[in-house]
Design a protein around this ligand. Structure first.
Ligand code: ASP
Ligand code: MG
Length: 404
């Protein structure tokens, strides 16, 4: 069976006009003889009647007292409504379709309510329905425990439903439809001449996604990568082919491998740098600091340990808690709040000399100070003052010729 999974996000389903576009994409896939599984998110965004945030607002007034299990019961409803609504539209257009909840689609998860992990998918029912000529609509973002309780997969989880189903069904491709025409070289709100990318590797997009380019959930990419299934990020509102996310080997084979060192520039604001100096002879400093952060469940990043001390970052909103924990250890760190992490992402930079020199040159030309840096073989990160963030992203975008 030649199977395609299409996933439509909240904005793709929020208005009648948007839903008409969805029907067109479904029709296109059927015309190409695909057996089609359509994964849907809840319709609309915060403030709109059936959006996930709107459902959360229903109970927020009652304090934070609804148990996680029951909260998932509520949250699943957004995707139920969406699946049934799309099903009615397909029927109205003469397209045979069946809507399934995540549980009915065979998605089993653990019982970590609100952030459940998929443990297995038994896709027999979907396969039977496809065989019988149906479009199968699956409510995204959800599954059920072995005991039959409904769970949700964490915010943005319907991307994960889509790629997990793609993997279980050995789909040819998973299309993630959203409101942008693919992945851009930078955030267009900062870089006016940011360009859509036609192809990126799984690792590159994971780095871009984690770092602020919020087009697809990194967990979803990870699943597609493990199964080796290509993903396309495309717009619901046009026929642009979007960005293909795949393995570098597949890019090579299809002749789409780009001879580029840097693929895109991502950014995350709202970061605090914490510097703790080591007293002479205090060899256990790092152990005490990081154990304290772990106890407080504060996630740390940009970690640098050296004989003169420990430097790391936390999100601004965690700073007070981090400081309190350090004070309890008798430590008085130096804090620089409101910083930003700027990431230069590119699978092609591995082993290429001169990339760091180019980054430093681009930022020095703009009088931007680098507070810290780190690197992996596909990404270089620099920490800058928040007020320098936009200028840094623009300067790097230009320096690496990403506008061309
Ligand atoms: N509706 C869920 C959310 O808003 C899942 C998703 O959209 O992917 O997080
Ligand atoms: Mg999403």
């Amino acid at each position: 069976m030649k199977i395609l999974v299409q996933k439509f996000g909240g904005t793709s389903l929020s208005t009648a006009e948007a839903r008409a576009n969805v029907i067109e994409h479904i029709q296109d896939a059927l015309n190409q003889e695909y057996k089609l599984v359509v994964v849907v998110s809840a319709m609309g965004r915060k403030g709109e009647p059936y959006a996930t945030d709107t459902l959360l607002d229903l109970i927020s007034k009652n304090g934070d007292c609804l148990p996680a299990r029951e909260k998932d019961l509520l949250l699943c409803c957004g995707e139920f409504i969406s699946a049934a609504t799309l099903c009615s539209l397909l029927h109205a257009n003469g397209i045979p379709a069946v809507a399934l909840t995540g549980a009915q689609a065979g998605i089993q998860t653990n019982d970590d309510y609100g952030n459940a992990q998929i443990v297995s998918i038994v896709p027999n029912r979907i396969l039977d329905l496809l065989e019988q000529g149906n479009v199968v609509i699956v409510a995204g973002f959800q599954g059920q425990t072995s005991g039959g309780d409904l769970t949700t997969l964490g915010r943005g989880g319907s991307d994960t439903s889509a790629t997990a189903l793609g993997a279980a069904l050995k789909a040819e491709i998973v299309d993630i439809f959203t409101d942008v025409s693919g992945i851009l070289t930078a955030d267009p709100r900062i870089v006016e001449d940011a360009k859509p990318l036609d192809v990126v590797s799984y690792t590159e997009i994971c780095n871009m996604a984690h770092l602020g380019a919020k087009v697809i959930h990194p967990r979803a990419v990870e699943m597609a990568m493990q199964a080796g299934i290509p993903v396309r990020v495309r717009s619901t509102f046009n026929k642009h082919p979007g960005t293909l996310v795949t393995h570098p080997e597949a890019m090579k084979q299809s002749g789409t491998l780009h001879d580029r060192f840097v693929t895109g520039i991502a950014h995350v604001p709202g970061i605090s740098q914490i510097r703790v100096a080591a007293q002479e002879g205090a060899f256990d400093l790092q152990l005490r600091v990081f154990k304290a952060m772990a106890r407080e469940r504060i996630s740390v990043d940009f970690i640098n340990v050296n004989p003169s001390g420990v430097v790391y970052t936390v999100f601004d909103q965690e700073t007070d808690r981090a400081l309190k924990a350090l004070a309890e250890l008798g430590l008085t760190p130096l804090i620089t709040s409101h910083c930003a992490k700027v990431s230069i992402v590119g699978g092609g930079m591995n082993g290429v000399p001169g990339i760091m020199a180019t980054i430093v040159e681009a930022l020095t030309d703009q009088d931007i100070q680098i507070l810290q840096s780190a690197d992996s073989n596909t990404t270089i990160w620099v920490l800058v003052q928040g007020e320098d963030m936009a200028r840094a992203v623009r300067a790097l975008h230009r320096k690496f010729n990403l506008h061309k």
